[in-house]
Write a protein that binds this ligand. Structure first.
Ligand SMILES: Cc1cc2nc3c(=O)[nH]c(=O)nc-3n(C[C@H](O)[C@H](O)[C@H](O)COP(=O)(O)OP(=O)(O)OC[C@H]3O[C@@H](n4cnc5c(N)ncnc54)[C@H](O)[C@@H]3O)c2cc1C
Length: 435
């Protein structure tokens, strides 16, 4: 398990998200702890929040204790954490380049650095795909990173204050929020925002919730990943909440005032959110000859290996064919979790001279949470036929996906403690953050 320089095998994992943090933790506890390899995790931020919780961050309903400090996790799990944003790769010398880190004032905190690897795992996730539509990048909010989600929450609260405080609420126009994209992210966000703006009203910031929520979607149905029956049930629930659904409308331009659709309609919006599909970041194309697809994802084979024997990719930034299906493994947290599990086994096996594990994606179904209102979804998509579930059972299953992630990171005991303490905190403290 040593390399030619007789030093420990260097495993470098770039991106500590749903996939990368699980892999670093498991490899750290197995190989790092026993001095069999050196595991390094590099991330552009200092803390991890499981990405499916970002809409709760955006709405201000997430408990801060759900954040994981990378440094603390690294210390506990026997890997090294290094802060920085990867920007380049040199395959012949097996090195990656990480750009300098600056503070808010633009002062350089950490200079640019180079890290050597024997095995490199790319798990840098994805970003929203704007499809180069005019005005999207300038005028829309995105939910790709924790910082963006916190900015969203700040803007939501400030817009609310600006709009209503000191004004006659009967004459002020409702705060208009338009979400582009009716996949799980857009739908879940709309329900969270509905809940939050009601709570703001209850806390006395306004007489009543006076927010107009609109979802704009190019497809004629929302939630394309779910069976029609569940998509329809979700649609009915959103309509009941007063969400205006504009289906079959393609966005052609976004301006500071609102959104233009292909059929000539203009939807006025104070806050515009873009959640209409993903791509891997642009710097991923031309990464020293690694093969990519049209949305910059790294092409990987059935063992999650790229066209370089020493470089693997997993999670949203990897394009992995879904065996027996049309297309690739979907960019989902459950895929990231399963891929981290496969690469954990493969890297341990390879270091002992064994073979790489083939990756098989099991779709356990899709679940969509409409906050306190309901959860809907289908289970066991491909294994036993589809079972549609809703309400309390769906909510429990939805939560269990996050619990699996927490168990991979914290172990069973800590996860149980965290779950209990969060339950107490949620009942004792204010339901939303107002700063
Ligand atoms: C609002 C929202 C809701 C979602 N809900 C669900 C859901 O209910 N169910 C589901 O299955 N999936 C859901 N998803 C999708 C799911 O979150 C992703 O598929 C999953 O997080 C992908 O994991 P990952 O490890 O590939 O990337 P991520 O979890 O995104 O992690 C990527 C990591 O890489 C870091 N990084 C990025 N660029 C660099 C760089 N240049 N250098 C260093 N580090 C870098 C980031 O800081 C981040 O920590 C949701 C996504 C969003 C945005």
């Amino acid at each position: 398990m040593t390399n030619i320089n007789n030093t420990k095998h260097q495993v470098v994992i770039v991106g500590g998200g749903a996939a990368g943090l699980e892999l670093a933790t498991r490899l750290g506890r197995k190989l790092g702890k026993n001095n069999l390899a050196e595991i390094t995790l590099i991330d552009a931020t200092t803390t991890h929040i499981w990405k499916p919780l970002l809409h709760e961050v955006a709405a201000g309903t997430l408990d801060e204790s759900e954040q994981v400090e990378y440094l603390a996790q690294a210390h506990r799990s026997h890997f090294r954490f290094r802060l920085g944003k990867m920007e380049g790769l040199n395959r012949p010398s097996k090195e990656i380049y990480v750009s300098p880190t600056f503070n808010d004032k633009g002062e350089e905190l950490i200079p640019g650095r180079t890290f050597a690897y024997d095995t490199l795992v790319m798990s840098v996730g994805s970003v929203s795909n704007t499809f180069n539509i005019k005005g999207v990048a300038e005028h829309c909010l995105f939910l790709d990173t924790t910082t963006q989600a916190f900015n969203f929450q700040k803007q939501l609260f400030e817009s609310y204050l600006k709009k209503y405080i000191g004004k006659d609420s009967t004459t002020v126009k409702p705060l208009a929020i338009a979400i582009v994209g009716a996949g799980a992210t857009g739908v879940e966000l709309s329900a969270q925002l509905h809940e939050v703006t009601n709570v703001l009203a209850i806390y006395g910031l306004n007489e009543q919730s006076n927010v107009k929520l609109t979802i704009i979607e190019a497809a004629t149905q929302l939630l394309p990943a779910l069976p029609d029956r569940l998509a329809l049930a979700t649609q009915q629930q959103l309509v009941k909440l007063g969400v205006d659904l504009k289906l079959g409308r393609r966005v052609v331009e976004v301006t500071p005032e609102g959104i233009h659709t292909h059929d000539g309609e203009f939807i006025e919006a104070d806050i515009k959110v873009w959640a209409a599909g993903i791509k891997a970041a642009d710097w991923m194309k031309n990464l020293d000859g690694l093969e990519t697809n049209h949305i910059n994802q790294l092409l990987v084979d059935t063992t999650l290996k790229t066209n370089d024997d020493h470089i693997f990719a997993m999670g949203d930034c990897a394009a992995c064919v879904w065996q027996g299906h049309k297309g690739n493994v979907p960019p989902r947290a459950q895929a990231a979790h399963q891929q981290a599990e496969t690469l954990y086994k493969s890297i341990c096996s390879r270091l002992q001279g064994g073979a790489l594990q083939p990756f098989t994606y099991y779709d356990y179904g899709s679940l969509v949470s409409l906050g306190k209102y309901t959860t809907v979804g289908n289970l066991m998509g491909n294994l036993m036929g589809t079972v549609s579930i809703g309400g309390f059972i769906a909510k429990v299953v939805y939560l269990s996906l996050y619990k699996m992630h927490q168990v991979a990171i914290h172990g069973y005991f800590r996860t149980a403690l965290l779950t209990l303490s969060n339950a107490f905190r949620r009942s004792a403290y204010i339901k939303i953050k107002m700063h």
